[in-house]
Write a protein that binds this ligand. Structure first.
Ligand code: SAM
Ligand code: DTB
Ligand code: SF4
Length: 325
């Protein structure tokens, strides 16, 4: 049977076979699906700001912000709302249409912390930007408060397969993550959920991750594909970088399994090079982070991204063009 013809309902076996398709056949099929569901010339551009940095109680093996690892990232308190709004205005001026606020927390605490984040969300929304936050675990009530404050998207990644997850993170479970995703959905927020390539996982783990994402009901509206940025001091600091073809392949499979999602080429773009990024866009990536910084690590210079998009004939999405209700 043709592995590019996906069964309904989808099976893990079918996704594993998709990962084995010749690269250019896979990219070709993904490009067709992409063009059937999206404007192929448009790229959604998010900006990212770390609103609370470092000293995180979780032990995620890839993360420079975990208190369990000795990295160069220091602890910074929650930013003031005015600082956040200043960064959001600059991001808007630089062409971003969505502003994502990230906090190195295990979970959100009710009271002052949640109040402050709600104030930031409302302020960013008032600037005409879409809003996204990634704050760790959330209860249904917290998700509802964030929604009421004007939050559009919540980012919470599954990161890898259920089987490989325990090699990387020990302080919270896969099911904890799925519970947060259910709370986010229940509150009417759009879900941003993806993972990381290059943790040391096998292709079968990548297949299992994308299978889990695709069978969320409904699937995530936004799917970030991160390439591991190995950071000195983390347990994964000396992992070799994965080949560009593995990133392209993962993007293509994500596009085939989740035709309507925004697939975001996220961390690791700096090291990927322009030609590989171009192939990712052909294979269905239609979202990036703009700005020279992700949370704590680097991202391409804005001028380099503008030049790359121009060379590829791509344009940033107009702000609020497909904002969720
Ligand atoms: N603390 C919150 C959480 O974990 O949900 C939000 C911030 S956390 C930094 C968001 C995501 O960034 C992680 O789930 C992971 O996928 C990604 N990430 C963190 N460090 C990374 C790295 N070194 N390379 C690639 N992706 C990374
Ligand atoms: C996601 O999937 N990638 C972004 C966002 N969600 C929050 C974060 C990437 C972080 C890379 C490591 C850092 O800069 O600290
Ligand atoms: Fe904390 Fe998030 Fe980093 Fe994990 S990924 S250590 S939860 S900041």
């Amino acid at each position: 049977m043709d592995p590019l013809r996906l069964p309904a309902p989808l099976t893990l076996d079918a996704v594993e076979r998709l990962f084995e398709v010749r690269l250019l056949d896979l990219v070709h099929a993904a490009a067709q699906v992409h063009r059937a569901h999206h404007d192929p010339h448009e790229v959604q551009c998010s900006a990212l700001l770390s609103i609370k940095t470092g000293a995180c109680p979780e032990d995620c093996g890839y993360c420079p912000q975990s208190a369990h690892h000795g990295t160069a990232v220091g602890r910074e308190a929650l930013l003031d709302t005015e600082q956040v709004l200043g960064a959001a205005r600059r991001a808007r001026a630089a062409g971003a249409d969505r502003f994502c606020m990230g906090a190195a927390w295990r979970e959100v605490r009710d009271g002052r912390e949640l109040d402050r984040v709600c104030e930031m969300v409302a302020g960013v929304k008032a600037l005409g930007l879409e809003t996204c936050a990634t704050l760790g675990m959330l209860t249904p009530a917290q998700a509802a408060r964030l929604r009421a404050a004007g939050l559009d998207y919540y980012n919470h990644n599954l990161d890898t397969s259920r089987a490989y997850y325990g090699e990387i993170i020990h302080t919270r479970t896969y099911d904890d993550r799925l519970r947060t995703l259910a709370a986010v959905r229940e509150a009417g927020l759009a879900v941003c959920c993806g993972g990381i390539v290059g943790l040391g996982e096998a292709p079968a783990d990548r297949a299992a991750l994308l299978f889990e994402l695709a069978r969320l009901d409904p699937p995530p509206e936004s799917v970030p594909i991160n390439a591991l940025v190995p950071v000195a001091g983390t347990p994964l600091g000396d992992r070799p970088r994965v080949g560009w073809d593995e990133i392209v392949r993962t993007v293509a499979v994500a596009r085939l399994l989740m035709p309507r999602a925004r697939v975001r080429l996220s961390a690791g773009r700096q090291e990927l090079g322009e030609a590989a990024q171009a192939l990712c866009h052909l294979a269905g990536a239609n979202s990036i982070f703009l700005g020279e910084r992700l949370l704590t690590t680097g991202n391409p210079e804005p001028e380099a991204d503008a030049a790359l998009l121009a060379r590829l004939g791509l344009r940033p999405r107009e702000a609020a063009a497909d904002a969720p209700a």
